[in-house]
Design a binder for this molecule. Structure first.
Ligand SMILES: Cc1ncc(COP(=O)(O)O)c(C=O)c1O
Length: 336
């Protein structure tokens, strides 16, 4: 399959690259700042710090939250980047269960895992929607002074009650990896409304420059990637509209599927159904839950285990060649 990237956006990217070369800065220049500013506007005004990938963004934000020596609660139903970031930040990972309805961290289960050592909770917005219980979760954790961090790797274009992912707690981290809804090849964005956390992450991504009070590393985004980011941001509405059109057709086909609550808008990184097998599918969101990969016991992770064996993803990647088909033709193809 060819990765679609329309001629008009290629030209736009080439023009921006000319600007990069004319500026004499290949890193730490104007393009990254422009990208951060435009991402902030698109996300409703939080501070934004562009980084070279989401994993390091998570690590920086966890260190900003001061989780070292404590526990971080993480859903087992996620990609290994989430628990690995917590481990690298010096915390013990406590796995929690997910809900079957949204595949995201369960508030009921989370409550049973909190101890006096809990420093942070990472909620992962799975598949393009925001965790259905995010508002209650944010309120519950704020009352207990526990940092809420959002893994927004899948959440491009997601909104709940008019609010975007990454703005509910201390902060969130988006990924721009090659297969994500807004692909830059590699890249990430830390989003936060906390000025102190933003300053910490900004310093962290640049080895703690200039006063070295923050013990960071190199997580900078370069100017060429930021230029591509500006182009992909212009292109994002087109990609989201395309995905939402296809999702509307799927909604007519699949009875057993993730059902979004009122006021939830998904960016449809994935289209998740509870029917298997489909004649054509893009596998599962995650092949194996993290507790299984890490050889941990699955105590109380029954929904996570259920999700593993009971869901599949119908194709919804941008450029899928059957997307223009009628719902009837899609049903005939996928359910044959
Ligand atoms: C849920 C989740 N978190 C974090 C990441 C890590 O993103 P990156 O590859 O940009 O470090 C991914 C990437 O696939 C992911 O799916």
């Amino acid at each position: 399959m060819k990765i679609p990237f329309e001629a008009e956006y290629r030209r736009r990217y080439h023009d921006l690259l000319e600007e990069v070369f004319d500026s004499d800065f290949l890193s730490e220049g104007r393009m990254v700042r422009r990208f951060e500013t435009e991402m902030s506007a698109c996300l409703g005004g939080p501070e934004t710090v562009a980084v070279c990938n989401a994993g390091l963004g998570l690590l920086a934000l966890l260190e900003a939250a001061g989780v070292g020596g404590g526990e971080v609660i993480v859903p087992s139903n996620t990609f290994m980047a989430t628990p690995l970031a917590a481990i690298r930040a010096g915390a013990d990972v406590v796995f929690a269960d997910c809900n079957r309805e949204d595949l995201c961290l369960s508030l009921t289960d989370l409550k049973t895992r909190i101890t006096s050592r809990t420093r942070a909770v990472i909620v992962v917005h799975i598949g393009g929607h925001i965790a259905f219980e995010i508002e209650e979760m944010a309120a519950y954790l704020a009352e207990r002074d526990i940092a809420l961090i959002e893994d927004c790797a899948h959440a491009h274009g997601a909104e709940y009650n008019g609010r975007q992912a990454g703005t509910y707690g201390l902060g969130g981290v988006y990924s721009f990896y090659a297969t994500k809804t807004m692909p830059l090849g590699e890249g990430g964005l830390v989003v936060t409304r906390d000025a102190r956390a933003a300053e910490f992450v900004r310093s962290w991504r640049n080895y703690g420059k200039y006063d070295y009070k923050v013990s960071g590393f190199n997580a900078r985004m370069n100017e060429m990637t930021a230029a591509l980011g500006l182009v992909q941001l212009e292109r994002l509405p087109r990609i989201l509209a395309w995905k939402r059109d296809l999702a509307a057709k799927y909604d007519r086909i699949f009875e057993k599927r993730v059902r979004l609550p009122r006021n939830m808008v998904s960016g449809y990184y994935k289209y998740i159904v509870f029917e298997r097998p489909l004649a054509e599918e893009t596998g599962r969101v995650f092949d194996s839950p993290c507790h299984e990969i890490m050889g941990r016991s699955g105590d109380g992770l029954a929904n996570t285990d259920w999700v593993k064996s009971n869901h599949a993803c119908a194709p919804i990647y941008y450029g899928w060649d059957r997307a223009e088909s009628t719902p009837e033709a899609l049903a005939a193809h996928l359910l044959s």
